[in-house]
Design a protein. Structure first.
Length: 232
């Protein structure tokens, strides 16, 4: 039996990522083999914004180097040669020849829907800068006459297509991979509908999270639909 491991890479706390890719994958593999002792080969796919508009992003380049250095790997388990494979998810499992570029993009500005009151614990309401941030989001610089806009002043990088790519691959594996176990590693509740739908096609599916003590809204729903949960 094979195991497919879908990893929402940047959803993980830095304490997992900072140990290095080989150690990170080893932790996941240990959980997989413990949960499903009959697994022989493990296929790990890492989902994130690996490409910008030009080519591999900085993070994508580093990860590609780590993967080529450490994988695939083999070990002997109960007299059976087992393999662990790892790849960056840059396309659909079913259409691997069609790469998705620009999965990390620049986003400018603050949302104009930003709403907040002065925090209750503020020690100096008269000098609180929160109202200035809200004004930045709506009108631009709070200093009279300044031409700098919200769009000019704030910039960040954001991922595109990543969550829906995970969902599509999850459902593809659930529908076509009858003899495989599927593990989705993510704390993101946005994947719950896809997990439930995948669980309607296979009963060998796991949702793996990192916060065992955090209250969850949908665990009973997952359980009723045969989706198993675990923690790393």
């Amino acid at each position: 039996m094979d195991a497919h491991v879908l990893v929402d890479y940047y959803n993980f706390p830095k304490r997992f990522l900072n140990v290095g890719l080989a150690s990170f994958v080893s932790q996941m593999e240990s959980l997989v083999r413990s949960a499903s002792p009959n697994v022989v080969d493990v296929f790990v796919r890492l989902y994130g914004g690996w490409y910008d508009e030009i080519g591999l992003s900085k993070d994508g380049t580093i990860l590609a180097q780590d993967i080529s250095q450490d994988f695939p790997k083999s070990n002997l388990n109960g007299g059976v040669v087992c393999h662990t494979y790892c790849e960056m998810a840059s396309s659909l499992i079913k259409l691997k020849g069609d790469l998705f570029f620009a999965t990390v993009r620049e986003k400018r500005g603050l949302t104009r829907l930003l709403r907040t009151a002065t925090p209750a614990a503020c020690i100096d309401n008269l000098k609180c800068t929160v109202p200035s941030v809200v004004q930045w989001s709506r009108k631009g610089c709070p200093t009279a006459g300044c031409p700098v806009s919200n769009f000019d002043a704030f910039v960040c990088k954001q991922q595109k297509l990543v969550d829906i790519l995970i969902c599509c691959d999850l459902l593809t594996l659930a529908i076509t991979g009858a003899k495989a176990t599927i593990f989705l590693f993510s704390d993101d509740d946005d994947f719950i509908p896809a997990l439930l739908l995948a669980g309607s096609h296979t009963k060998d599916i796991w949702h793996v999270r990192t916060q065992p003590n955090k209250p969850r809204l949908y665990d009973a729903l997952l359980m009723r639909n045969g989706v198993k949960t675990a923690f790393i």
